[in-house]
Ligand binder design. Structure first.
Ligand code: ADP
Ligand code: AMP
Length: 206
């Protein structure tokens, strides 16, 4: 099963992808995670990506598409995949269609007014990558899974977020219609608690 998770920054794509990957035994492929790993490793791709990510802009399509194409060609994707954060433009979707069939696109719908708090309150474990939100951390600063220190993503600041939300509206939101026309769109209400969103996705995926 080849599945795409679509939604604005902070909609809960990563949160749901981790749960869905465990339930369906599918690899979770996040282009944002791939770029952050490259930035950490100071690779040439990381250097290019950082210059866009820091400004809240999209990394150019040709760079992103090539990374995804290579990743989907790996053995673990033979059973399918969960793509989180890709495609983000119609041209990325068109490129993807040339090398992979898409079975379902889950559109996690969250009102724009809720997204700023979701993003600026996000905390990640620096060691295992687990994701949290300050609203439910009760002041804790360590990961409950591995004890690692919780950190904030460099691009999860108010100035960059404003740009990211604008980029989403202009460049990514048109994908909702694109995949609706392709007959593969499943929309879920993302403005509900994490378990409820998960149950809804599983029910609609069948
Ligand atoms: P995305 O991958 O779409 O950018 P995340 O999955 O990282 O978004 O979620 C952004 C933040 O919102 C995280 O701090 C996460 O814990 C929190 N979050 C995710 N889903 C929900 C939800 N349904 N209700 C409340 N908070 C959520
Ligand atoms: P994310 O982790 O999905 O929030 O992505 C973090 C940042 O990585 C985005 O704001 C973009 O700058 C970049 N990025 C991630 N996925 C893509 C993509 N499909 N196309 C272009 N840029 C991307």
């Amino acid at each position: 099963m080849n599945v795409i998770l679509l939604g604005a920054p902070g909609a809960g794509k990563g949160t749901q992808a981790i749960r869905l990957a465990a339930k369906y035994s599918l690899p979770h492929i996040s282009t944002g995670d791939i770029f952050r790993a490259n930035i950490k490793g100071e690779t040439p791709i990381g250097k290019v990506a950082k210059s866009y990510i820091d400004k809240g802009q999209l990394v150019p399509d040709e760079v992103t598409v090539q990374i995804v194409k290579e990743r989907l060609a790996q053995d673990d994707c033979k059973v399918g995949y969960l793509l989180d954060g890709f495609p983000r433009t119609v041209s990325q979707a068109e490129a993807l269609a040339e090398f992979s069939k898409v079975d379902a696109v889950i559109n996690i719908d969250v009102p724009l007014t809720k997204l700023l708090r979701r993003i600026t309150g996000r905390r990640l474990c620096g060691k295992c990558g687990a994701s949290y939100h300050i609203d439910t951390l009760s002041g804790k600063t360590e990961c409950s899974k591995c004890g690692g220190e919780l950190i904030q993503r460099a691009d999860d600041n108010e100035a960059t977020v404003a740009n990211r939300l604008e980029v989403y509206e202009k460049q990514t939101a048109p994908l909702v219609e694109y995949y609706e026309n392709a007959g593969v769109l499943i929309t879920v209400d993302g403005d509900a608690d994490i378990e409820k969103v998960f149950t809804d996705i599983v029910a609609k995926l069948g």
